[in-house]
Ligand binder design. Structure first.
Ligand code: 5MM
Length: 331
C-alpha cells in the first residue's frame, strides 16, 4: 500500500506550490483564443511546453496538474511530460473530473461528472506517471438564492466518492469546491459560502470514512464578487479567508492550496502573501500554498502569442511571476 501522506505533504515543500495546467480542450481553446492564438492539438502541446519546458521551474513548483491529454504527450525535448517533470522533482498530477452539467432540479447550478469509469481511468493515469489527482466542483453565488444547500451537498458527495476511489488507487486527491468569483456578491457572502461548502464537504467525508491526512483541499479566497464595485485589501481577504477555513477545515488534512479564480497575477500574489501572514497570526494548523492557473500563465500568454520567437520572453515573465508567488509564501 502506498503511503500517501508524504506524497501529499511534499506538495507543500518550502517556497513551492502547484501550477494548474489542467485546462480541458474547451477551456484551453477559449483561453488561447482570448490571446488571439489559434488552437489545434499541436498548439495545445506547445502551450504546455511553454510552461513545463522553462528552465528553473523546479525551484518554485512542487507539482503540476495536467489534463489527461497532456499526460500522454512529449515536450520539445522528446520526453513525455510527466517523465520530464518527475526528473526535475516536480510531481505530475491529473485532473480526473470530466467537467460539469446543469443540475436537473436547479438548472442554474452545476454538478461535476466523471465517477462512472473513474477506477479504470485512475489505473491508466497511474501507469502514465500521475502521483496525484484533482476534481473540481463549481459553486455559483447569486444573492441569497444560490448556491442551494442541495447543490452543495450533491457536489460534496461526488467529491467524497472521488477521494475514496483515488486513495484506494494509491493516488493523492485534491478536492476543489470552487466558489466562483463571478457575481455581485459581497466578500462576507463569499466567506459564508466557502465555509458552508467546506463544512458540508468534511461532514460527508467523515460519513464516508475518507482519510483526511492524505487529502489536499483546493479553495477559493474570500473576495467580493467580480461585478461588485468593492476592492478588497489583501488584509481583508486574508482575514475572511482564514476565518472561513478555520471554521471548516480539520487540522488533519495534508494542506490547503488556493486557486486564483480570475484575480490578476498581482492580486493573487498579494492576497496569498497576506493569507500566509494571517495564517501565522491565527496559528493555522495546515500548510498552505498556491495552485494557480491563470495568475501564473496570463502574463506569459500575453507575450507568447503562439510564436516560437516569443518563447524566451514569455518564459522569463512566467519565471518572474513564479518567483514573486514563491516569495509571497515566505511573507
Ligand atoms: C478554477 O480553476 C482551477 C484553478 O485555475 P485558476 O487559478 O485560473 O482559477 C483550474 O485548475 C481549473 O480547474 C482548470 O483550469 C480546468 O478547468 P476546466 O474548466 O477545463 O475544467
Amino acid at each position: 500500500m502506498t503511503d500517501l501522506v508524504p506524497i501529499a505533504r511534499s506538495l507543500f515543500a518550502e517556497g513551492k506550490g502547484i501550477l494548474a495546467a489542467d485546462e480541458s480542450v474547451h477551456t484551453a481553446t477559449a483561453r488561447l483564443a482570448s490571446y488571439g492564438i489559434p488552437t489545434s492539438a499541436e498548439m495545445r502541446r506547445k502551450y504546455r511546453d511553454l510552461f513545463f519546458g522553462a528552465e528553473g521551474i523546479e525551484q518554485f513548483l512542487s507539482g503540476v496538474i495536467l489534463f489527461s491529454e497532456t499526460l500522454r504527450e512529449k515536450g520539445n525535448d522528446k520526453k513525455l511530460f510527466p517523465k520530464s517533470l518527475a526528473a526535475r522533482g516536480i510531481l505530475p498530477g491529473v485532473k480526473v473530473d470530466l467537467g460539469t452539467e446543469p443540475i436537473s432540479t436547479s438548472p442554474e447550478e452545476l454538478i461535476t461528472q466523471g465517477l462512472l469509469d473513474l477506477p479504470e481511468r485512475l489505473a491508466e493515469y497511474k501507469k502514465q506517471g500521475a502521483a496525484f489527482t484533482k476534481w473540481r466542483a463549481v459553486i455559483r453565488i447569486d444573492g441569497d438564492q444560490l448556491p442551494t444547500a442541495s447543490a452543495i451537498h450533491e457536489n460534496a458527495k461526488r467529491l467524497a466518492q472521488y477521494a475514496k476511489e483515488v486513495q484506494t488507487a494509491g493516488l493523492v486527491p485534491i478536492l476543489e469546491p470552487e466558489v466562483l468569483l463571478e457575481g455581485k456578491h459581497s466578500r462576507a457572502r463569499a466567506r459564508a459560502v466557502i465555509k458552508e461548502a467546506l463544512t458540508t464537504l468534511f461532514s460527508v467525508l467523515e460519513e464516508q470514512s475518507v482519510d483526511r491526512a492524505s487529502l489536499v483541499v483546493k479553495t477559493s479566497m474570500a473576495l467580493s464578487g467580480s461585478e461588485s464595485p468593492r476592492k478588497d485589501t489583501p488584509e481583508e481577504v486574508a482575514e475572511d479567508t482564514l476565518a472561513a477555513l478555520m471554521e471548516s477545515v480539520p487540522r488533519q488534512v495534508a494542506g490547503i492550496v488556493f486557486l486564483s479564480g480570475g484575480q490578476s497575477p498581482d492580486q493573487a500574489t498579494d492576497n496569498l502573501g497576506a493569507i500566509i501572514r494571517r495564517a501565522r497570526e491565527v496559528s493555522a494548523p495546515w500548510p498552505l500554498t498556491f495552485s494557480y492557473a491563470r495568475a501564473l500563465q496570463d502574463e506569459a500568454l500575453e507575450l507568447w502569442k503562439g510564436k516560437e520567437e516569443n518563447v524566451p520572453a514569455a518564459r522569463a515573465a512566467y519565471l518572474d511571476r513564479l518567483a514573486k508567488v514563491s516569495a509571497a509564501l515566505a511573507a
